[in-house]
Design a protein around this ligand. Structure first.
Ligand code: FES
Length: 269
C-alpha cells in the first residue's frame, strides 16, 4: 500500500505528501551555487587585484608585504603574447570547476536543484523518460577521477602559496618568517580544500576499491589504512564541499580587498 501511495504522489513535478521543508535544500543550492558561479566568473573576467606583495608580477603594490595570490589565479600563468583581455584565471578555473561539476555529491545537489530530477526523495520529478545514467550528454561525469588527480596537484600548489605568504621581505633585502590575517585565510582555504579533495568518493575507490582482500595484495596494509582514513573523511564529504566552496571564494575576496588597498592586511607576527 505504501508503494502505491508513493507512486500516486510522484506523478508531477514537486507533488508530494511530505510535510517537511524538502524544498529548502534545493533552493539553498541554487542560491549558493549560482551566487558563487556569478562571483567567480566576474573575478575571472575582471582579472585585477589578485596578487600583492613581494614578487607581485602585475601590480607592484605593497612590495614590503609577503606574496599573496588569489586561489582563483593560482598557479599564476602569464604566457608571453597573451592578449590583455585573456584572464590567467581561464587557464586555472576549468580544473577546480570540472572537479566540482563532476563530484558525486554536487551531482546529486544540482540535479535536484536545477533539473528537479528528482527535487527530493518521494517528490514528483520532471518526466524525462528513461534514466540514462552517466551516458549521452552526461558522459563527461566519468572524467571525475581525472579531475581528482589534477585537484591533488592544485592542493600542493596552493600549499606553496601559503609558504610564500609566510615569507616577508626585510628592508635589508632579506626574508623573514611571518604571518598576516591573509596568511591564515589562505591556510584555512588549503585545509578545507584538502578535506574536500581527500574525502572524494573516487579517491576512496582508488585506494581501497577493486580488491577483495587487503592482505592479499601489495601494500595491502598501507592501502587499508589509507582507505580507512579516506572513509572517515568521506562521511562528511558534503560538509567539506560547502566549507571549501566558501573558503575558496572568501580567500579570493580577501586578496581582492587587500590588493585593491580597500583594507589593510594586519601582520600578526
Ligand atoms: S566525489 Fe566529490 S570530490 Fe570526488
Amino acid at each position: 500500500m505504501a508503494t502505491v501511495a508513493a507512486r500516486d504522489t510522484e506523478t508531477s513535478l514537486g507533488k508530494t505528501d511530505r510535510r517537511d521543508n524538502w524544498w529548502a535544500g534545493p533552493l539553498a543550492t541554487i542560491i549558493v551555487l549560482s551566487g558563487f558561479g556569478i562571483y567567480a566568473t566576474f573575478r575571472a573576467v575582471y582579472a585585477q587585484d589578485y596578487e600583492l606583495g613581494h614578487g607581485a608580477r602585475v601590480n607592484q603594490i605593497l612590495p614590503e608585504h609577503a606574496y599573496l595570490l588569489s586561489p582563483f589565479f593560482s598557479p599564476l600563468i602569464l604566457l608571453p603574447g597573451m592578449p590583455a583581455w585573456f584572464s590567467p584565471a581561464f587557464l586555472i578555473l576549468w580544473a577546480p570547476g570540472g572537479f566540482r561539476l563532476t563530484c558525486y555529491y554536487y551531482r546529486k545537489a544540482y540535479y535536484r536543484a536545477y533539473f528537479g530530477d528528482p527535487p527530493g526523495c518521494a517528490v514528483g520529478e520532471v518526466k524525462s523518460g528513461r534514466y540514462m545514467g552517466e551516458t549521452g550528454l552526461f558522459i563527461f561525469q566519468n572524467l571525475h577521477r581525472f579531475f581528482l588527480y589534477v585537484a591533488i596537484l592544485f592542493i600542493l600548489m596552493l600549499a606553496v602559496d601559503v609558504i610564500h605568504a609566510c615569507l616577508w621581505p626585510t628592508t635589508g633585502g632579506g626574508i623573514t618568517l611571518g604571518a598576516s590575517v591573509g596568511t591564515i585565510v589562505l591556510a584555512v582555504n588549503v585545509v578545507c580544500l584538502s578535506l574536500y579533495t581527500f574525502s572524494c568518493h573516487s579517491l576512496r575507490h582508488l585506494v581501497g576499491g577493486n580488491i577483495d582482500c587487503f592482505s592479499c595484495v601489495a601494500f595491502g596494509q598501507t592501502r587499508h589504512k589509507l582507505w580507512k582514513g579516506v572513509s572517515k573523511l568521506n562521511k562528511n564529504h558534503m560538509l567539506w564541499a560547502w566549507c571549501s566552496l566558501f573558503t575558496v571564494g572568501f580567500a579570493d575576496f580577501y586578496v581582492w580587498l587587500v590588493a585593491s588597498q580597500t583594507i589593510i592586511d594586519v601582520r600578526l607576527f
